[in-house]
Design a protein around this ligand. Structure first.
Ligand code: ZN
Length: 477
């Protein structure tokens, strides 16, 4: 598989550290609010990568953190604490907020068929690990104490700005939002590893540490949680492009300083979801959540298809018109699959040839748009329905669009009235046969038919005008 690596800014052959095994780390949500659909786009694309690696035969172990402490409104360690902000907004405790929005996040993931990683670790559960790594950094001279806080000293590195200038506009976010300067920092790019004395006197969650009562910075979370579960060598680190700088840059700085060797080989960054008026955010314009889309008639699978139709390294523009198109495309796909009949033997030659096309698309830097095209190719392939259905089921291991389920539902909806009509006809035929039997004074036969109908849930009502009937649970017919 060829994968674009943000670290080298080139497409490279994917070779994991240990043959056949993949360690994968995903920056999880900061659980102070609902996820907006732009965040969810990142998780969908990461999910496809995860599933495709498994499909390709790798043994994947994936880890995700849950940020429930330490993330300030600016990624560059200034502004308010996001969790406190959420708690104040809703008059709840930080832990109540964390629990509520963690559950909401995984509900959204479930609806979108995003696999839950093997390990999901909240930051508040790893305080001891953070303290151990920060102590190690202090011992090695990569960190210092100033004004009561512990900072990472970026001047100690040969190269700090890994992802800077990567995409000027995208990466300036942290810098732009961080208004005030922290006078304790020796260098402008230094970042906090542990807060003790800070402006957050009202921080709810504090822990004992060798440097006093305090709480961890955001960046140290991901390094520690990744190393804890995936060891010293990480194959793929995923995240939204927003996190490339400063968050991922800081993760690399502290992990490699601590370990003394290169840490993560491939960096997989998903581009923004934009609205027609610019970058999507929680604070600007309509707060687009998965439930808002559902309330407007766009089911989660329609959104997943919409995301899959474009490449993860391209910014994607959200509009209701685009959602409408995705909805139509989804319905048409489901209808074409519903029309297939699973008859005949699977044609192995066609199956393998088609499947190779699907794999080729994803092998080429996860080209999901071409993988979706492969679905249409399978439907058009010169082969029987059984082969087409087998191909769709195979692709669905990666695409996970619930297409066979949607097709089945469509079939039931269209077949049910037909079945009803047949049933009604049968009842009417039996009523006519009973009338004939009665006319022929064959009362035994007439009673037998009445009993048979009764067993079918049909009660006969004889009137002067003729026989009508009543179905169980329904009115007179
Ligand atoms: Zn992270």
């Amino acid at each position: 598989m060829q994968l674009y690596n943000s670290l080298t800014r080139t497409k490279e052959p994917f070779v994991p550290h240990e043959p056949g095994k993949v360690s994968m780390y995903t920056c999880g949500p900061t659980v102070y609010h609902y996820a907006h659909i732009g965040n969810l786009r990142t998780y969908i694309m990461e999910d496809v990568l995860d599933r495709y690696l498994r499909y390709a035969g790798y043994d994947v172990k994936r880890v995700m953190n849950i940020t429930d402490v330490g993330h300030l409104t600016s990624d560059a360690d200034s502004g308010e604490d996001k969790m406190l902000k959420g708690a104040r907004r809703e008059h709840k405790t930080v832990m109540e907020i964390a629990k509520f929005y963690t559950d909401c996040f995984f509900d959204d993931c479930k609806k979108l068929n995003i696999r839950r990683p093997e390990v999901v670790e909240p930051a508040t559960g790893c305080i001891g690990d953070f303290i151990r790594v920060i102590s190690g950094l202090l011992e090695k001279g990569y960190a210092y104490e100033a004004g009561g806080n512990i900072y990472f000293d970026t001047s100690k590195l040969r190269q700090y700005y890994v992802f800077h200038n990567f995409e000027e506009e995208d990466l300036a976010v942290g810098v732009r939002e961080g208004v005030e300067e922290d006078g304790n920092k020796r260098n402008k790019a230094d970042f906090v590893l542990w807060f003790t004395k800070s402006k957050f006197d009202d921080q709810e969650l504090k822990w004992d540490s060798p440097w006093g009562l305090g709480y961890p910075g955001w960046h140290i979370e991901c390094s520690c949680i990744s190393m804890k579960h995936l060891g010293e060598y990480l194959d793929i680190h995923c995240g939204g492009i927003d996190n490339a700088f400063p968050h991922h840059t800081n993760e690399i700085a502290q992990s490699e300083a601590y370990l003394g060797h290169p840490w993560c080989k491939y960096w997989f960054h998903v581009l923004h979801l934009n609205t027609t008026s610019g970058k999507m955010s929680k604070s600007k314009g309509e707060f687009l959540t998965l439930s808002l889309l559902a309330s407007k008639g766009y089911e989660p699978m329609v959104y997943r298809l919409f995301c899959l139709q474009s490449h993860y390294r391209k910014a994607l523009v959200f509009s209701y018109e685009n959602m409408e198109n995705a909805k139509t495309a989804y319905r048409k796909l489901a209808a074409r699959i519903a029309a297939l009949r699973p008859e005949g033997e699977i044609d192995r030659a066609v199956f393998e040839e088609q499947r190779a096309g699907f794999a080729r698309a994803l092998d080429n830097d996860l080209n999901t748009s071409l993988a979706v095209t492969a679905l249409y190719d399978a439907l058009k392939a010169p082969t029987n329905d059984a082969t087409k259905l087998a191909l769709i089921r195979d692709y669905e291991q990666v695409l996970c669009l619930n297409l066979t389920e949607a097709a089945q539902k469509l079939r039931e909806e269209t077949e049910a009235p037909a079945a009803d009509a047949a049933f009604t006809q049968k009842i009417e035929e039996m009523i006519a046969a009973r009338a004939d039997a009665k006319k022929a004074r064959n009362y035994a036969e007439a009673d037998r038919i009445r009993a048979e109908l009764s067993a079918m849930g049909v009660t006969l009502i004889d009137t002067r005008e003729g026989t009508t009937y009543r179905m169980e649970g329904q009115g007179n017919v």
